[in-house]
Design a binder for this molecule. Structure first.
Ligand SMILES: [Zn+2]
Ligand SMILES: [Zn+2]
Ligand SMILES: [Zn+2]
Length: 343
């Protein structure tokens, strides 16, 4: 094995589980586009998707693939939690540093943000998000909406009113708590930044089919979202049967799992694994995690299930949806080697 490959292999701490796969992914992330093309040529039977020099390349795709980035994988307190010195809060593993739960989807150059988390500013700077084209709200709890004011920066630059979508209950609370975002404040010179819309059924957003999935978060209704064959279900403790019917045939399920001990308003890990067993997605990622959960515990999860971590990037090739190839998971740049991660 050439030295540079050996070094890349050594640097990848996950290589023990699946040496060849992890090694390939690491190569994809580390080396320039020319080399990626060589790797593609050496693996003609593999659906190789990769990022190199900010360029998205997929051998089977004529157009760009859908990119989903986990902006935040943490519960409402974030991890580390203020004042706590437990082993997970003190962990040196970047994947144990969790900002508040959120994802962003990039499809055909459009960015669809799910929730405006308390850490929104940090997340969009870290991921170099150039603009936001729509926001979907899951519910009105503070950790999912209190970053809404950070969208002002985009408005200063692009001067566009961002459409947002949510259930009637969620939009009522968000519009009441942040009325200046929707109505502006003429006396202070604030223009409206967002326009509210109620989502009650499937709709098309920039060529992506978005379907709201009603969930229960204790006694509070929340909204999960299905994007083609990917579902994001954060903050839930039960899924009504009518919603389960909308979750068949998923390639990827991102699901609230909070922690090991039970919680009245969230699935714990045991409960989330039962949902995974029931829905049988090809791949599942557990998110909205507390400091009870160390990323390294993921080695004990069933095959095809893993813990979310901030900056995890997932790609889907829309042309290969019917093919049993699963998602290809990549890290855009190793987050624990990135200085801006601490911004
Ligand atoms: Zn939450
Ligand atoms: Zn802690
Ligand atoms: Zn919540």
């Amino acid at each position: 094995m050439p030295t540079f490959m050996h070094q890349a292999f050594q640097r990848n701490e996950c290589h023990r589980q699946d040496p060849l796969r992890r090694f390939r992914l690491h190569l994809i992330c580390t080396f320039p586009f020319d080399l990626l093309q060589v790797i593609a040529a050496m693996n003609p039977d593999k659906p190789l998707a990769c990022i190199g020099q900010n360029m998205l390349f997929n051998r089977h795709s004529k157009g760009p693939a859908m990119k989903l980035t986990i902006l935040g994988s943490g519960t409402s307190t974030g991890v580390p939690m203020v004042g706590c010195h437990c082993p997970v809060c003190a962990s040196g593993d970047r994947r144990d540093k969790r900002t508040r739960a959120s994802i962003i989807i990039e499809n055909s150059g459009k960015y669809i943000l799910v929730d405006t988390s308390t850490d929104l500013r940090k997340q969009v700077i870290r991921e170099h998000i150039p603009h936001i084209d729509a926001v979907l709200f899951t519910h009105s709890h503070a950790d999912h909406i209190h970053g809404i004011d950070d969208l002002r920066g985009f408005h200063f630059i692009h001067k566009r009113i961002i459409p947002c979508y949510g259930s009637e209950e969620s939009m009522k609370v968000i519009a009441r708590n942040f009325s200046y975002i929707f109505k502006g404040m003429e006396a202070a010179g604030y223009a409206p930044l967002m326009e509210q819309n109620i989502i009650s059924g499937p709709m098309d957003l920039f060529g992506c089919r978005v379907e709201p999935i009603p969930l229960m978060h204790g006694h509070m209704p929340t909204t999960g979202y299905r994007f083609d064959d990917v579902a994001y279900l954060t903050d839930c403790s039960s899924i009504p049967d009518t919603s389960r019917a909308k979750l068949a045939g998923l390639r990827l399920l991102i699901l609230d799992a909070l922690r090991y001990t039970p919680h009245p308003n969230h699935y714990n890990i045991e409960g989330a694994l039962k949902v995974v067993e029931d829905l049988r997605p090809e791949h599942a990622i557990l998110t909205h995690l507390t400091h009870e959960v160390s990323y390294s515990d993921g080695a004990k999860l069933p095959s095809g299930v893993e813990f979310a971590y901030d900056a995890c990037l997932l790609l889907s090739n829309p042309e290969k949806l019917t093919c049993n190839e699963g998602f290809i998971r990549l890290i855009l740049r190793n987050p624990w080697e990135r200085k801006e991660f601490d911004a």
